[in-house]
Design a protein around this ligand. Structure first.
Ligand code: MRU
Length: 340
């Protein structure tokens, strides 16, 4: 397979490497990924994360296993196992479905490699397209609030919501970004801050619970967030805390946009209630861990509720920025997402 390079994933000289996002920003460790067990544990530990990237990483691994002469049955098993590594982001399922189709070809080794390469390259193009559309919404001097990490680290390209921000910055629009730290795993504080720093985009880090007072003070012009799955009616799942922002935005009359590739659409899901929400380990809430070690502050036996995502109802969304264009509530209400 040919060499492929993204911000946090690379296929080089027939080996797959993942940049450990759990160790960022203080350590840049590339992990070699050689087996389904490796990839599964990297995905579950969020060392590789973000809806598009987990699908791309899993696809590259399957193609790599095919190049190592694994049998058709072993590859089918690998696809089935990886498909279940995380339950909410539909991109992973769509990618594994494409790889299953490739596996049916006579020359399945080549078909799987071409399919994985196409998934990787298509994502770069989808990111550019979303960013170009989203940039049309950004005005000179906007203060933009974002949640979680939706940048180059989470995709093969420049990202989804953060890709829009990057494009607006490149267009010299003099924007400033409010970065939600994104408890419990701090993807905003660790990863979005790291990316904006590298891109030299002016930003200010805030705790998630500071967004309301910023909005009340008139300091947020627009909100751009990503998505892990968008249902047919426009409801969408994204990192927990997104729904809070959407409610706050409605109250304060602030534009609230979701930015995602069409590979995040799941028209089999009629609405957000059908989206499976991943529940994660209590230790993520009772304390914090990372490259700096582990710290626990809550009592060891505290009861914990830790959903990784929440669902934002379509009625709170100003616009859906996809790679195919920007869709209004009227478009989405009339069922346009079913035909993309
Ligand atoms: O649990 P994570 O870090 O994988 O969650 C990521 C998000 O919620 C992102 O907003 C979403 O995947 C879109 S990334 C381009």
């Amino acid at each position: 397979m040919k060499n492929l390079l993204a911000a946090s994933l690379k296929y080089q000289d027939n080996q797959l490497f993942v940049l450990d996002q759990y160790a960022l920003p203080h350590q840049e460790n590339w992990r070699l990924c050689q087996s389904v067990a490796d990839m599964e544990s990297l995905i579950k530990a969020l060392k590789i994360r973000g809806a598009p990237l987990i699908g791309i990483g899993a696809s590259l691994l399957v193609a790599h296993l095919a190049s190592e002469q694994q049998s058709k049955a072993q590859l089918a098993q690998a696809i089935a196992q990886l498909r279940q590594a995380r339950p909410t982001a539909v991109n992973l399922m769509h990618c594994m479905d494409k790889m299953s189709i490739a596996l049916e070809q006579d020359d399945y080794e080549l078909a799987l490699q071409r399919c994985a390469e196409a998934i990787f390259e298509q994502d770069i193009a989808l990111c550019n397209s979303m960013a170009n559309f989203g940039n049309e919404l950004v005005q000179e001097g906007d203060n933009i609030l974002t949640h979680c990490n939706t940048g180059a680290l989470a995709t093969a390209g420049i990202g989804t919501a953060l890709g829009v921000i990057y494009k607006a910055h490149q267009a010299n629009k003099k924007i400033h970004v409010w970065v939600d730290e994104t408890r419990p795993l701090l993807q905003g504080g660790r990863l979005t801050a790291y990316e904006l720093e590298r891109w030299q985009v002016p930003y200010t880090l805030i705790c998630d619970n500071m967004a309301a007072s910023l909005m009340a003070a008139g300091k947020v012009d627009k909100i751009f967030v990503g998505a892990d799955r968008i249902a047919a009616n426009g409801d969408f799942a994204n990192k927990v805390g997104t729904y809070n922002l959407a409610v706050l935005a409605k109250h304060h009359g602030i534009e609230f946009y979701v930015v995602a590739p069409t590979t995040t659409l799941d028209i089999e899901c009629e609405n957000g209630a059908a989206i499976v929400i991943e529940q994660r380990d209590a230790t993520e809430v009772t304390g914090v861990s990372g490259s700096f070690g582990q710290c626990q502050w809550a009592p060891s036996n505290a009861q914990v509720f830790n959903p990784a995502f929440d669902v934002t109802p379509a009625e709170l969304v100003t616009g859906w920025v996809l790679d195919t264009g920007i869709y209004s509530p009227l478009d989405v209400h009339s069922g346009v997402l079913r035909f993309l």
